[in-house]
Design a protein around this ligand. Sequence first.
Ligand SMILES: [Zn+2]
Ligand SMILES: [Zn+2]
Length: 455
Amino acid sequence: MTAWKGELIAAPWPLSPKSFVPGDKELSYLITGHLPRTPVVLLDAIEDPYGPATTRELLPDPAEIWDPDEFSRACGDDLDLRALSPRSGSDAPFTQLAIQSLLSTYARPEVIALGDLVPPEWLQAAQTAFPELPTVSETSLPRWSRNLRIRYPHQGDFRPTRVVLASPPNPPKGPTPTHRVRELTAVPDGLFHSPPVWLAIITITPFDEEGRTLGGQLPLDLWRHFISAQTAQELHEGLRIADTFCLRDFRSENDSIEAELRRKFHWQPAGPCPNKPYCEGQCMIEPDAMKAWIEGQDWRKPWGSGIASDYTANIQEVDISDSTAYEVIWARSVRGTSEDDRLRRILTRFDSTYGIPPDELTASDRTGKVSEAFEHQLFVQNVRKRRLIRRYWGYLPLMWDQLRSSIEEEHFPAHCANCGGWMTKTKRKIFHSREEDDECDRDQAKKRKQVSRAG
Ligand SMILES: [Zn+2]
Ligand SMILES: [Zn+2]
């Protein structure tokens, strides 16, 4: 990956502070203002008098926050999912629909699962607060419970069970509600229905130099999956990465939100929807551009590295003053011969890095000692030092950065000599490794066996 700790912001449309789409800049600013406190921002663009519907459902008295640059009012509040008593779909239909849309987005975890993006604490708390939600993912449950054994400490700004409820910033005055919502959220007509309704969940994922997150892992070679994809659907719905850089017209979650609004507020049905293409096609242009860049070895040419730099414009280097999340990621990723060995290794690090000897911790068992070390003054002082991280607005800059750094580390992209698929190449390597492609690796083993038998 990169030699950087990072933070991935994934919105269901291309959102970046560099965007020329009106409203997006302000919205990214608003989200940045909530960092690093939250892993999830729920953006509610349902217009008054109905909205913001989710805020009304969840908070009796929403606070108003002010955008200091624009001097206008934006609704936003923190909510800890653990503070909610369990709600049924009829108590909080819009919030449930919004969370459900997030769950269904990552329901097919081929490469990135929801548990890779959102902390396991968040998923667990969402499931408890909304018991009617479909179980997040049967297969990821064992992995979470393992991760949750290292408890997230209470100090620091980031809360893994938090949701920030936000409305689009800077409502302009005057035009009709439909136009207002369109302008506010700066999403082209295609994503909107009439009446205007839009709920979106934006995830914010801290990850370390190896791509590890609080609950899982962002693949180190996402670009490889990206350029191997065959269709727009695969990029949007299989890999789940294209929404951050290509607009998609058809979103089934919007239909259910609209239906709920009609039911609740007795809205008239909208006119027939004109036939629209599946998406804007940007998602198919991008992998082709990347493939051409790789095949032409364009990084060797001055203009070629310029192309890569264009993509990295959506990476910000930012100072953070709370790096607790990264320490928890580290602790959760430690492997050991047993659970006890794993905890022992974690405690050794507290000793060597922060000067917290295990014998000084009073808890009776190692799990307790780890929790205690996380609250220790020496640890707290250290994670409160300023650190530089990279903030990635969407998957495209992340993939280009991964690709660029693998070239710098001389892991050049190449074709596998066995199956012809894309892989990273080092001096001696000509085939896929098992980590890269399990199926190809098994095939190689089979062929080796055949050769040795023949010999
Ligand atoms: Zn697309
Ligand atoms: Zn292969």
